[in-house]
Design a protein around this ligand. Structure first.
Ligand SMILES: [Zn+2]
Length: 163
């Protein structure tokens, strides 16, 4: 699936989550901002992954081909993790007396959950792929985390790109 469609799906789902939460909580700007951050900007960990590998140097073409994943042979994706869901739910519960903040954290969590579920379907990764403790247990290694077919595709891309 092209990246533009993938990102549009995330954006649309985030807007829908923001809209539903705004109907429920009657706090339009808070819910929309939280939903866009949790459901769309969660993908900024791809950018983080890039800079972790390349340092302060940016090449859009490298980024778009996911070259850092291919060269490092690792997948961290620090913001993509089921583990944050119960943590954020607890945080929002403990903040319940500060209603706006609690609504923000709750909506962030809801949008993030929808994002991860969409990623499971779009990327055809198993559920456990989006557990950060699982990825850590595999040393974040692509060869352990991807299916043999998906890993083979990485190898072919490397060969194609001559890297
Ligand atoms: Zn994502």
């Amino acid at each position: 699936m092209p990246l533009s469609i993938h990102l549009s799906i995330h954006f649309l789902v985030a807007v829908l989550v923001g809209y539903s939460a705004s109907l429920y909580f009657k706090k339009r700007s808070i819910t929309f901002i939280a939903a866009i951050i949790g459901g769309f900007f969660i993908d900024l960990d791809h950018v983080l992954e890039y800079f972790l590998y390349y340092g302060p140097h940016f090449n859009l073409n490298y980024f778009l081909t996911g070259r850092e994943f291919l060269l490092s042979d690792k997948i961290h994706l620090f913001f993509h993790a089921w583990e944050y869901i119960p943590i954020l739910l607890l945080v929002s519960y403990f903040l319940r007396k500060r209603r706006n903040l609690a609504i923000f954290v709750f909506t962030l969590c809801l949008a993030g959950s929808f994002h991860l579920v969409s990623d499971v379907f779009i990327n055809k990764y198993p559920f456990k792929f989006y557990s950060i403790s699982y990825r850590a247990s595999q040393n974040f290694l692509s060869s352990n985390l991807l299916s043999p077919e998906q890993y083979q595709k990485n190898l072919e891309s490397k060969e194609y790109l001559g890297i």
